[in-house]
Design a protein around this ligand. Structure first.
Ligand code: KG4
Ligand code: ZN
Length: 391
């Protein structure tokens, strides 16, 4: 800590299609996010229906200095105020990771400051500990919930993103045991692929979720007594859509979503005359989202019954899904009511560098003197790793 007992972290995240830089202040009072700039490339990749790695890298390289400058400006700090540098070192797209890690290594070398590499999923998990409570209009400063952080373990974390679907047991800070994961597609990937089948755009998650919500509202409005069971009524015919809940009745905590995606494909092939019908698309989206949610929630509750965590956390891009947030909350209340339910602020569910900074601040607190010394040479040793394992 410097003279005022404060440390300024700068974090960089470029693992996929968001260029993000964040400034976080750590002090005895806790952590505060001073800025969190995110430049999204979503529109660029949308026309390809997914992220193109080399295009992503080119955009990161183009934007990173501007995003960095903006982040310093909005935090009200100068480059000389930086005490530590954190960067996502993996997993992710290697050309994209190389831009962020090279930028961070250069900065660490020039400023002669420690460099801390962060696992992308660790970042998503630690987004849970940035409180949005102080996020009133114009107030970008978030207090890190150190009081919660002290009493939340053991915790069970459901990580759902474009590249990962995992149930992770955390005995304490920074200790990860993967107790279940997808055997094929990740949940977010399934959302994206189903949106491609339905030809409704990219990224699929928010679009499918919006269609599903429209379907639910319409049913409620037109048939207030009709329990939603995903039935879509075409003018003359009665059509029922039902998708499987893969792995639901299997032992253990693994997932599988590729069969569900295939079930959506078969369903649309059965009804080629309806593929452009917005009501039909909404019904398919509703049932698909429900199937994914049912599996995720049931497996999480079953894992919680076995591992008895104090806290259940949700993390990753899919944690923005309203249905999932609500249904998991309800299930916890009903089946394991003494468990704390922690979800990230909606603004921190997607990729952003504030989550990387929060994880780095916790890592720094827990590091030995030797590890801290070694971090000073991080610019020499840190290498991006597309398949980095969570340790
Ligand atoms: O964590 P993230 O931003 O990037 C990765 O680390 O992969 O997650 C992106 C994924 C995409 O697959 C996207 O479709 C999904 O998160 N997603 C959603 C929602 N918002 C984003 N999935 C379901 N519902 C949403 N509201
Ligand atoms: Zn992510």
């Amino acid at each position: 800590m410097n003279a005022t007992n404060k440390l300024i972290f700068i974090a960089i995240e470029t693992s996929c299609d968001e260029t993000s830089v964040s400034v976080l202040e750590a002090s005895d009072a806790g952590f505060k996010v001073l800025s969190n700039e995110v430049s999204s490339q979503v529109n660029l990749h949308a026309r390809w229906g997914g992220v193109v790695p080399n295009l992503a890298a080119r955009e990161h390289a183009k934007n990173i200095t501007t995003v960095f400058e903006l982040s310093l400006q909005n935090a009200g700090i100068k480059i000389k105020d930086i005490d530590l540098i954190a960067v996502t070192e993996g997993p992710g797209l290697i050309p994209a990771l190389m831009v962020g890690t090279t930028f961070a290594k250069t900065l660490a070398y020039l400023l002669e400051k420690p460099l801390i590499g962060i696992h992308h999923i660790e970042g998503h998990i630690y987004a849970n500990l940035i409180s949005a409570k102080k996020q009133e209009a114009g107030d970008k400063k978030n207090a890190f919930m150190s009081h919660v952080a002290r009493h939340m373990f053991p915790a069970l974390c459901l990580v759902v993103s474009g590249g990962h679907t995992q149930l992770i047991y955390m005995k304490d800070h920074l200790q990860y045991e993967i107790i279940g994961q997808t055997l094929d597609d990740a949940a977010g990937e399934a959302f994206d692929k189903v949106a491609r089948i339905l030809n409704i755009g990219y990224p699929g998650g928010p679009i499918i979720s919006a269609y599903a919500e429209k379907f639910r509202k319409k049913i409620e409005f037109e048939n207030p007594d009709w329990k939603i069971d995903s039935k879509f009524k075409n003018q003359n015919s009665k059509l029922s859509i039902y998708f499987p809940r893969p792995m639901m009745n299997k032992k253990g905590f693994n997932f599988s979503f590729s069969g569900l995606k295939t079930a959506v494909l078969y369903e649309t092939k059965k009804h080629p005359e309806l593929v452009k019908d917005k009501k039909y698309i909404a019904a398919v989206c509703h049932e698909f989202q429900q199937a994914v949610t049912d599996v995720l929630v049931l497996k999480t509750i079953k894992a919680a019954e076995k591992y008895a965590p104090k806290t259940i956390m949700l993390a990753g891009g899919v944690s923005a899904n309203k249905k999932l947030r609500e249904q998991l909350g309800k299930a916890i209340k009903e089946f394991i009511p003494n468990t704390i339910y922690q979800i990230p602020d909606i603004s921190l569910t997607g990729d952003n560098a504030a989550m990387t900074a929060a994880a780095a601040a916790v890592r720094w607190q827990k590091m030995s003197d030797l590890q801290k010394k070694r971090a000073l040479h991080g610019w020499k040793t840190l290498q991006p790793d597309a398949n980095l394992k969570l340790k």
